[in-house]
Design a protein around this ligand. Structure first.
Ligand SMILES: [Zn+2]
Length: 157
């Protein structure tokens, strides 16, 4: 699955006429827009994985050691709360689930699930996937059910 794409992070000393090295937020934007992949970071020194860009690795203390790493986006819900009182950017989404999620790579991160409105909508331990979104933060959703899982919908009275 190697895409063969390279990012200009190995550009070395920028000479005249050379494209400037992209900042992390620009790299994130490019991964998001062109590849639809979840961009995170890995420590070159100790292998620590994170989705948050940090100047110093929190595990081994090596400065400037994080390099780009693409994540699968799949994970499992470790815990979540239903937010009924949103901050301003989520004012039209409440209620929604704010969740602690362990990605398949072992990274714990937090994100939100706008489609989860009630406790019955999401179980702890349930599988979720990151989805591309223009919204603030990491948006996750329950993966589409493949092949007639026959979820019997309880119809109301
Ligand atoms: Zn490290």
């Amino acid at each position: 699955m190697s895409s063969g794409r390279t990012t200009p992070t190995d550009a070395g000393r920028s000479g005249p006429g050379e494209a400037p090295t992209l900042h992390s937020i620009q790299q994130f934007t490019r991964a998001y827009e062109e590849e639809g992949r979840l961009l995170g970071y890995a420590c070159r020194s100790c292998g620590f994985l994170t989705l948050t860009y940090l100047l110093v690795c929190p595990r081994c203390g090596t400065p400037h050691s994080l390099e780009d790493r693409l994540f699968s986006g799949g994970g499992r819900v470790l815990s979540y709360t239903l937010q009924h009182v949103p901050s301003d950017e989520f004012v039209n989404d409440a209620p929604y689930a704010y969740a602690l999620i362990e990605l398949d790579e072992g990274v714990r991160t937090s994100g939100w699930l706008p489609a989860v409105k009630r406790p019955e909508d999401l179980a702890v331990g349930e599988r979720v996937v990151w989805t591309r979104s223009y919204r603030t933060g990491l948006v996750f959703e329950r993966p589409p059910v493949a092949g007639g899982d026959g979820a019997d919908r309880g119809t109301g009275p």
